[in-house]
Design a protein. Structure first.
Length: 307
């Protein structure tokens, strides 16, 4: 297709894939470097972004507005204006052409992006579920782990994918701050372009090979959510253990407290509407954890009274 003069009829070949994977211009070491850098960046970003996003969305801090603006302002800086200061700092630390140096630089644009993306997901979670856990003497960390994170796992997965994609496709910092030891796949593909010629066939094959890990990550997320999570939740929602429950939703009656009629003391989540089944199960699992006291009726009534 790239021949001159152009030819409509051509013979397909996989020789270019063999060259870029197993030949003298193999990009397999560069793929490994990209996986290490992107994986470490994603892991460290989520480790700090989840607590920071939770604090900005739930806690009343005196410097909340200023911190939020500072995080957003870091996204306004052009990368080309930061590459030289980053290079001088890393050279002084001796971290040029190292994994830790490249990961540290990637965190400067991945962390603010992840924080603001997670804040929007955390703010959509109803506060009543978290307040019920806090009234039952749960701490902030326990409420975050058992109540917030399970409900925000979809948003966390989306954030992980976007952070990994941005780190995987980054080129400017990788080509300046990397070297022979740490060379990502985007920099390796640039080697197929020279002043004399552009090896279009090998460049296209390297681009397809570079997309493979990202495609696997996307397919894995699709299978996890749509092939495992949804069928299991539907199966639990249609279980045969039905318990009658009398309830009045907010707006239908001045009192919105629910009366739990399960004699065993468990929250009858299967009697709720489909949109309330998942939050009810999360609260039931949280209240049944170790060192947790109180009954489901107390938690439900307290949450309704607080509201």
């Amino acid at each position: 297709m790239l021949a001159y003069p152009p030819s409509v009829v051509f013979e397909p070949t996989l020789g270019n894939y063999a060259d870029i994977l197993f030949g003298a211009t193999s990009i397999l070491p560069n793929l490994v470097s990209s996986v290490i850098v992107s994986g470490l960046t994603t892991a460290v970003t989520m480790l700090f972004a989840i607590p920071a996003a939770y604090a900005l969305s739930r806690l009343e801090l005196p410097f909340k507005r200023g911190a939020g603006f500072y995080v957003l302002a870091t996204q306004m800086l052009p990368p080309v204006g930061l590459v030289i200061p980053y290079f001088l700092i890393l050279r002084g630390m001796g971290w040029t052409d190292t994994y830790q140096g490249l990961v540290l630089v990637y965190l400067t644009f991945a962390l603010p992006f992840a924080i603001w993306l997670l804040v929007s997901y955390f703010e959509e979670i109803p506060r009543e579920m978290e307040e019920a856990a806090l009234l039952d003497r749960a701490g902030r960390l326990r409420a975050l782990w058992y109540v917030i994170l399970p409900q925000a796992k979809g948003g966390i997965a989306v954030t992980v994918i976007f952070v990994f994609l941005n780190s995987w496709n980054e080129f400017l910092f990788a080509v300046v701050l990397g070297g022979n030891t740490v060379r990502t796949v985007t920099v390796a593909m640039f080697n197929f372009i020279s002043l004399e010629q552009t090896q279009w066939a090998r460049l296209a094959a390297a681009a397809m090979a570079g997309m493979a890990p990202v495609i696997v990550l996307g397919l894995g997320a699709f299978i996890w959510f749509y092939e495992r999570e949804l069928p299991s939740s539907e199966k639990r929602a249609t279980s045969s253990s039905r318990v009658k429950i009398s309830s009045s939703l907010p707006g239908d009656h001045p009192s919105s407290a629910r009366k739990f009629t399960n004699a065993s003391g468990r929250i009858p989540c299967d009697s709720y509407s489909p949109t309330e089944v998942a939050p009810c199960r999360l609260l039931r699992r949280f209240l049944s954890g170790p060192r947790m006291s109180g009954t489901c009726a107390k938690a439900g009534t307290a949450a309704s009274s607080a509201r």
